[in-house]
Design a protein around this ligand. Structure first.
Ligand SMILES: [Zn+2]
Ligand SMILES: [Zn+2]
Length: 355
């Protein structure tokens, strides 16, 4: 069999390769999560570093397309196509399938298959149970593409329900103070609300204006979040003892000072690093991550049984090194433009991990 033959197995880089615009599949002429405007794009999920406006044709899950329309307006792309759950979409001689990634509502891994070679571009993912989205599907493959936001052994995320218990215990101990929880507006905010409900908390939960649209979307999608109230409809001084969910930046704004003696919490994988919490003035750090921590990155690499691992961004070196010790081929792709939303953060905070 030679490469000239139409049925010859692809060399990896012929099926998928990193380019400045993002991962590119030449035989289908399509990019995955492109960071620049392109003719055709597959989008893994709605976070703004992956889902950008201005592409020609966009193919994504129904939820991701709806989230993009909410954020950018209906005209965010020239054309849109829904990838149905389990559907195999053929473009040229490449078959694509969207498999759940467990990251946020609608999030998907993209399975790229042609001539017997299967590559899985996982986007952002986590393995921990999340009541707001479908759980990660293990798709065995030849090459697994992973991010490594929390790709260092220090990042071991505890179970999220224990972190929520800490929040509710604080609410019980300080019934006169407002608990302000910083959480990213797509996914984390709604997951925190759903977990609070699972823990049996029945009072209304108050939300910042920046969280409203996506929270309403999650509710419309049938995710039970209980009674949600808009902070804007109330006098903040009267919200002592209540839980308020807002974007992380708002916890440090003047906006937050108007609540009675606020307790500032932040739900993020970065809260594993105490210095980071201190630096951000977070009184109640909640280690709740929508990205796989170190143990789950390794477990996933084992589960998918790929012989080769590509690492897109984050702590690529540590993960690539571990793959080498495990006898796997691995390489960093050094993709730029990812990590602006969700849990991403600059290098210096990882350096704090040693403290
Ligand atoms: Zn994300
Ligand atoms: Zn991301």
């Amino acid at each position: 069999m030679t490469l000239a033959s139409p049925s010859a197995r692809w060399r990896h880089s012929e099926l998928l390769l990193p380019t400045p615009a993002g991962l590119y599949c030449p035989p289908a002429d399509i990019h995955i999560d492109p960071v620049r405007p392109v003719a055709r794009a597959l989008i893994t999920h709605g976070h703004s570093d992956h889902a950008r406006a201005g592409h020609g044709a966009v193919l994504a899950t129904r939820e991701t397309l709806a989230i993009m329309a909410l954020r950018y307006g209906e005209g965010f792309a020239a054309t849109q196509q829904v990838a149905e759950p389990g559907e195999i979409i053929r473009i040229g001689e490449v078959a694509f399938r969207f498999a759940p990634a467990g990251h946020v509502l609608g999030s998907a891994q993209i399975v790229v298959e042609s001539r017997g070679l299967r590559i899985v571009a996982s986007g952002d993912y986590k393995r921990e149970r999340d009541p707001t989205c479908a759980c990660f599907e293990v798709v065995p493959c030849d090459i697994f593409i992973s991010e490594a936001t929390f790709g260092l052994p220090v990042f071991r995320h505890p179970p999220a329900d224990g972190e929520i218990a800490k929040l509710l215990e604080s609410v019980r101990l300080f019934p006169e103070r407002t608990h302000i929880v910083g959480a990213y507006s797509l996914g984390k905010a709604q997951r925190v609300m759903a977990l609070i409900r699972e823990a049996g908390y029945e009072r209304p939960i108050y939300i910042h204006g920046a969280v409203e649209k996506l929270t309403e979307f999650y509710q419309a999608e049938g995710i039970p979040l209980g009674e949600i109230r808009k902070v804007a409809d109330f006098d903040r001084k009267a919200l002592g003892g209540e839980i308020v969910i807002c974007p992380p930046s708002a916890t440090q704004d003047l906006w937050a000072r108007r609540f009675p003696d606020p307790v500032t919490a932040f739900a993020s994988g970065w809260m594993r690093i105490r210095a980071r919490a201190r630096q951000k003035g977070v009184e109640l750090p909640l280690v709740i991550s929508d990205h796989a921590g170190w143990d789950d990155l390794l477990a996933t690499i084992r589960d998918v049984q790929a012989g080769e691992i590509w690492v897109t961004h984050g702590e690529a070196e540590a993960l690539v090194h571990w793959c080498g010790t495990a006898g796997l081929r691995a390489k960093p792709l050094h993709l730029v433009g990812y990590g602006d939303e969700g849990e991403a953060d600059p290098k210096e905070e990882v350096a704090d991990a040693a403290i």
